[in-house]
Write a new protein. Sequence first.
Lengths: 566, 410
Amino acid sequence: MKKRAAILSIVIAFGFFAVAFRLVDIMLLSHERFSAKAKNQQTVEETIPAKRGIIFDRKGRELAINVKTESVFIDPRMVTSSERVAFALSDALGIKSDRILSSMDTNRRFVWVERKLPLEQTRSIRELNISGIGIVSESKRFYPKGPLASHIIGFVNIDKKGLEGIERRYDKYLTAMGENANVFRDARGNILSEGFMREIRGNNLFLTIDEGLQYILEKNLDEAIVHWQAASATAIMMNPHTGEILAMANRPTFNPNDPQASKASDRRNRAITDGYEPGSTFKIIAGVAALEEGIVKPDTKFDCTAGFIEVSGKKIRDARRHTHKVLTFTEAIQKSSNVGIVKIAQSLGIDKMYEYINRFGFGQRTGIDLVGEIAGMVRPPERWSGVSIGFISIGYEILVTPLQILRAYSAIANGGFLVRPHVVSEIHSPNGEILYRAAPEAQRIISENTARVFREVLKTVTEEEGTALKAAVDGNQVAGKTGTAQLVDPETNRHSNERHVSSFVGFVPVEEPKIAMIVVIHEPKGESYGGRVAGPVFRKIASESLSYMNVPREDYRERGLLLVRD
Amino acid sequence: MKPYYKFTYDKWIVAATAFLVLTGLVAIYSSTSVISPDLVERYQKRGIAVSQFDFVKKQIFTVFIGIIAMLVAYRIKLQYLKKMAIPLLLISLVCLLLVFTSLGISGGGARRWIKVWPSTFQPSELVKLSMVIFLAWYMSTSNYQKDRFLHFAIPITIMVIFQVILIKQPDFGAVINLAILTLSMLFISGVKLRYIFSLGLVGIPIIAKLALEPYRLERIIAFLDPWKDPQGSGYQLVQSFIAFGSGGMTGVGLGEGKQKLSFLPEVHTDFIFAMIGEELGFVGASVVVFLFFILFIRGLLIAKRSGDSFSYYLAYGISLMIAVQALINFAVVTGMVPTKGLPLPFISYGGSALIVNMTAIGLLLNISRNAQVLSEVWTEVRNNNLEDGSNIVVGKGYGYRRYGKLKIRR
C-alpha cells in the first residue's frame, strides 16, 4: 500500500506548490493593485492645522496671537434624528433650532453651525456624541492687548485672511497655507498618531512699535479726546533718524477682536488715510526753503506791522496782535506770523516753493508699510491762483496726512534726510531665521547746516514768547511747531470759524532727537489754538515717553543730578 | 543475538517546529500589540484583561506547556501509547461533550471551549490527535483486515459520532478536517476504494445540506466573487488579499502592517498568515509555507523508515494532520477555498491547538528516535564487524542518516 501513501503525499505536496503559486499571484503579480487599494483604505487626507504668524512689538511682546478654538458642523447625511441634533445644538449654543433644522436641508455633506467657539462650549456637545454633529479644531486670531495699536495691526476675517493693517499688508508672510497630508487611519476611521503634531506656522513679524510707548500715546490721546470733546484725533511717534514708527494711534478706535462691532470710520487709520489742511505746521517749508536757498538768515527782518498782507487782491491776516511789528525770521516762525511767512514765500517764488513742497514728500505717499495710505494733494503751479502761494505757504489749499508732516519735521531733526516710515522691522521664519530686516531709507533734502539752524528756530517755539509754551517738556528741550487750521464747512464750502484742526508737531530732545511726534486733534471744543490743545498732549506723551526710554534730562549737569544708566 | 540501539531525534523537525513557534510568537505580538477596543471588550466578557503584551505573554506560557507535553510525548513508550488509543478517544469524547455542560464556554456564536483553570481548552483539537492515534493503533492490529467492510465501518462510525457532536457546536471546519484525516488514513491502509466512494455518495447530500446553511452559503458565494460585496460578505477575503498584495516581495516591515488595525478580521488567529504576508512579504510567507513543507516531508521520511506499522501510520497521520490543517488555512486566507475558521498550526494564537500540535511533534520525534532499520543495522554489523559499543551510522543514501551506539544483547 506504499503506492497509495505516495499518491497522497504527492497530492499534499501539490497542495503546497499550489499555495506557493497562489502567493506569487496575489503578492507579486497583483502587488500594485492591492497596494493601491491598501493605501486607499488605510490613509485619509487630512488638513494640517495652520497657525498664522505671531505679531510682536519691538521688544518681543505679543500683539497678535492664535488661540485654540473649536468649530461645530453638521454632516446632514449622518444625521439620524434631525430634531435631536437641532435641540442639542440650540441648547448648547443658544441658536434657534429652526435655523439649524433649515441648514440641514441640503445636499452638502458639510454645514457649519458655529465657528471658533471656546473649548468649554464645545465640550458639552462632544459629550452628547450625537451622530451627524462634528467638531473640528481651528485656531483663531486673538489680540491680547485689545484695542491697543489696533489701527496698525489691523484684523482678520473668520478664515484668517488679513483685512486691515499689518495683517493685510503682510498677509502672505503671516499666512500659513493649510496643507493636506495623507495620514494613516484604522478601519474605524480613527487617525493614527504619528507621535508628533504636524503643524504649519506662518512667519512671525516684529514691529518697530513699542508697546509701552503705544500705551503712553493712546492713554494721553484718550484723555485729550475726552477733555476737548474732539471729533477725532491722531498721534504718531517716530524715530526721526530711521523712520521707525514707535507708536501710532487714532481716535475713534475699535477692538480688533470684534471688528464688526465698530463703524467702518472707526477702523480707518486716519494717520495715513485722511488728508487735512495742515495750517501753521506747514509754514516750515517756506522757512526751510528760504534758509536753504540763502534768501534769508535767522535774523533777517520782515515788516509785519500792518497785520495783513495783500496777495493778488486778497488779504491774508495775522491771527494775533502781538505779531503786528517788525519780526526777524526766527520770530516769524516762533510767533507763527502769517504775514511774515507769506513775505518769505513771496521772496522764494512759486517754483522754489513748489520744489520744496515736493522735496519734503508732500503729494506723494511716504511708503509706510500699511494699507490705505493716501498721497495727499498738492496742485501743480500752473493750477495755482494768484493767492495760492500765500495760502499754501501757511498750510492751506493743500491736503496732507499727519505722517507726511511728521516726516518733514523728522528731516529737520535728523539733519536733513527724508526717511521712509515703516512699522515692520523684521520678519522671522517659524524656525527663527530672519527673512527680512528693514533697512533705513533716507534721502538728503536739505543741508546739515540748514537743518541745524532751523532746529534752533523751532526750539524758540516752546520758549517764552513762542506759540507752544505748553508743549515744553521739563528737562528736555522741545523743537516743534503749532498748527491751527480752519476746517472747511461742508455746507458753505468755506473755512469755518468754529471748526478747527489743532496740531503740534516736533521732536525732543533738540540736540539729540530721540522721538519725533505729531498730535492732531480735530474739532476741539472751546479752544482751538494748537499750542493750547495739542501742545499739552505732546508734552505729556513726550515727557512720559522719555522717562520710559530712559532718556536723561538735558539739564542734568546744570541741576547737579546724578545720571544712572542701567 | 539481538542488536540494541538508540538513535537521536530528527533535528530538522525540531528546527522547523521551533522556527514556526517563534514566528508565531512574533506574529502574535505584532498583531495584538495594537489592540482594538472591541477585542478588549470581547475578551473582557470572557474574564480576560487585555493589554499590549497579554496575548504574547499567554502564548509564551502555552509554549512552555507545549514543550513539556512534547517531551512527555517524546519519552513515552509507543507500546504504552497503543494501549492508550481507546482511552484517549474516550477522553476526547467526554471533553467534547463537556462543552455542552455548564463548563462549556461560547464565543462568536459557537460553543467550542471548556473551562480549564486558569484558561480554556478546545477539545476539537484533541479529537484530531486522538483519532490519528486510534486509527494508527486500529490499522496496525493483527486482526485488522483492510478489505472487510466492518473494519472500514467501525472507524467511520466513530468519525461520524465525533462529527455529529462537532456540528452541534458548530465547528464545521473541524468536521471537514476530521473527515479528510480519517479518510486519508483509511485510504493509505488500503481499504477498497468503492467503500470510500460509496461513503462519498452518502456524504455529499449531507455536506450539501450543511453547506446550504445561509451563512455558509454566503461564505461560499463570497469566495467565488469576493469583489461583488467587498464591504459585506466578501470583506474578510478582500481584506486578506489587500494584506497579502500590499506586502509585495519583502513586505511593509515587521510591525508596520496596517491591515491589523481592524481591517483584517481575526488577525491574531485565523488570518495571521495574511498579516505575515503583509509585514514580511512574499519572502516571509514562502518561508512559513516551506517550513510546513519540511515538516511534512520529514514526517513522511520518519514514517517510511519506521519499522512497525503503528509507527508508520502514526507518523504518517501526524504529518497529514499538520499539513492538511496548514494547507486549509493557507487556502482559506488566499481565497482558494471558502472561508472557514481554522487556525494555522504553531503560529495562530490559541493554546489548545499549540499544545496538541507540539504533542504530535513529540510523538513524531519519538518515532524518529526509534525508527527501526533492523536489516540495515544487521548489514552494517556484518559488513564492518562491529562490536558492542561501537558507533553505527544507518540510513545512508536515504536522506535519513542516523547515528547511534551499538549495543548487542545476547
